[in-house]
Design a protein around this ligand. Structure first.
Ligand code: 5AD
Ligand code: SF4
Length: 469
């Protein structure tokens, strides 16, 4: 058994990152014969992509996927630790899993992802959730086949979570959810240590993948008919800083040159967004004019307490530069309200920045105390009532600008990658280059194609359009 340690998770050294390849263990390939797995994924795109790896590892062992919880022989929850409500959702769902386990004790139940990396969560699982069979973390996903094999043979709780800076493991198999769009990790971990954020503790030190490995993955995707890649990292603009080699702008340019039709990247930290990046984005038509640029707060006092390393003036300068140099760019953001010591005046400054930037959209959150982070020790002096009030006020403003931005699309012709059926009967759905969700009444032969669409109706969070031949 290996359990996580907060003290170890905080450490950063200059030790070289180990980079090695996953090797399949053929002895385990029949373990899942005639058995099914169910996986539920919480949180960010990084977790979604980790689940794509987990699925492929299970399928290498002959397990088949089911979307019906009750049919599963293996149930895995790939968890998120970013805010308390993500925690609560997981513990809520575990109630259902426990009920199934009581009826069918031979089911294997497991927890992985960011919550598994938290010392206090593991303590709770060891004390109160003894029926959970396996727990593994973000650093040893590739080891799932062995962990599963061990629990099948030993039938005692297996907890294998490492609080380490982390390695880079290439060639982990992947079962992609889409045939047209692919997630591509370019880096792991984060060294920014924003004071509210648990990620640097759960995902380890910043480790950039070698550029050639990334480019080979993208070239393979192009060959397999993929139209879009999204380059993934907690802080993609810092790509390469730990390699003393290529920068994010170099990587982005080379990815664009592979000929893939669409390139996206998330998430950007304003601190590392340099002019070379902006030049490359504006130079290549296949780099999409869409940037997610978390603001977090519009108050310099709060930004400092958050450890964000920029002022609101610097943020607005960058924002204006992006708008000026990248035609038609859409910019979205993340904002936290009710950070410890946030006064009404600080919050008003956040509203002012929103009024200045008129974001295409924003993800807004109430501050959530994460044990072990510096902000958890700050005086959380804003009442819940006040936090809710601020969130509501912010959301009203954000929605207003989202709607105004969308209105500009009415009657326009925009490129859309049609990727799936819409929830709306008879409609397909996809995203514009600027990441606007469009529902289109069209036959399914358009699936997997980038088509010109005329926007005929606008809502705050989506649009309706028709295909122009
Ligand atoms: N409380 C509230 N929001 C948070 N985020 C990260 N940590 C916290 C926290 N402790 C938000 C940030 C980040 C997004 C992914 O989640 O806005 O950009
Ligand atoms: Fe968290 Fe800040 Fe790193 Fe983003 S940049 S993952 S908010 S520590």
């Amino acid at each position: 058994m290996n359990i996580p340690s907060l003290i170890e998770a905080k450490k950063r050294t200059n030790n070289k990152v180990r980079n090695y390849k996953y090797i399949k263990d053929n002895k385990l390939k029949k373990i899942g014969l005639n058995k099914k797995y169910y996986i539920k994924t919480y949180g960010c795109q990084m977790n979604v992509h980790d689940s794509e790896n987990i699925k492929a590892l299970l399928e290498e062992m002959s397990f088949k996927e089911t979307v019906v919880l009750e049919d599963a022989d293996v149930i895995l929850l790939n968890t998120c630790a970013i805010r308390e409500n993500a925690h609560n959702k997981v513990f809520g769902f575990l109630g259902r899993v426990k009920h199934l386990k009581e009826i069918k004790p031979e089911i294997i139940t497991g927890i992985c992802g960011c919550m598994a990396q938290e010392e206090n969560v593991i303590e709770e699982i060891r004390n109160k959730y003894k029926w959970i069979d396996i727990v593994f973390g973000t650093h040893n996903i590739h080891n799932l086949p062995n962990i599963l094999n061990d629990v099948i043979n030993n039938s005692k709780q297996e907890i294998e979570v490492f609080s380490i800076e982390g390695d880079i493991i290439e060639d982990i198999p992947v079962k992609r959810d889409s045939k047209y769009k692919a997630w591509v990790n370019i880096m792991y971990g984060c060294d920014k240590f924003c004071t509210y954020c648990i990620v640097p503790y759960t995902r380890g030190k910043q480790r950039s993948r070698n550029m050639d490995d990334i480019l080979n993955e993208v070239k393979d995707l192009v060959r397999d008919g993929y139209l879009e890649v999204t380059l993934l990292g907690q802080n993609v603009n810092a790509y390469g800083k730990d390699l003393n080699g290529p920068k994010m702008s170099d990587l982005l340019e080379n990815v664009a040159k592979t000929g893939i039709k669409r390139v996206r990247f998330v998430t950007s930290h304003p601190w590392d967004f340099d002019d070379d990046m902006i030049d490359v984005i504006s130079k290549y038509d296949n780099i999409m004019p869409y940037i997610h640029l978390p603001l977090q707060s519009g108050s310099n006092r709060i930004l400092k307490l958050m450890g964000r390393r920029y002022t609101k003036e610097q943020y607005i300068d960058l924002f204006n530069k992006l708008k000026k140099k990248i035609p038609n760019v859409a910019i979205t953001t993340d904002i936290i309200v009710g950070f410890p010591l946030e006064e009404k005046q600080d919050f008003d400054e956040t509203l002012d920045v929103v009024k200045t930037c008129k974001f295409d959209s924003a993800f807004t959150f109430i501050f959530s105390k994460r044990e072990g982070t510096p902000a958890a020790k700050m005086e959380d002096n804003v009442s819940l009532e006040e936090k809710n009030k601020r969130l509501k006020q912010l959301n009203e403003l954000v929605n207003k600008y989202a709607n105004i931005n969308n209105q500009k699309y009415l009657g326009k012709i925009v490129p859309v990658l049609i990727e799936d059926y819409s929830n709306k009967e008879g409609y397909l759905m996809g995203y514009t280059d600027t990441m606007k969700l469009v529902n289109i009444k069209a036959p399914k032969c358009y699936m997997g194609k980038i088509v010109n669409v005329k926007i005929t109706d606008i809502k705050t969070w989506s649009m309706t359009g028709e295909i122009i031949d």
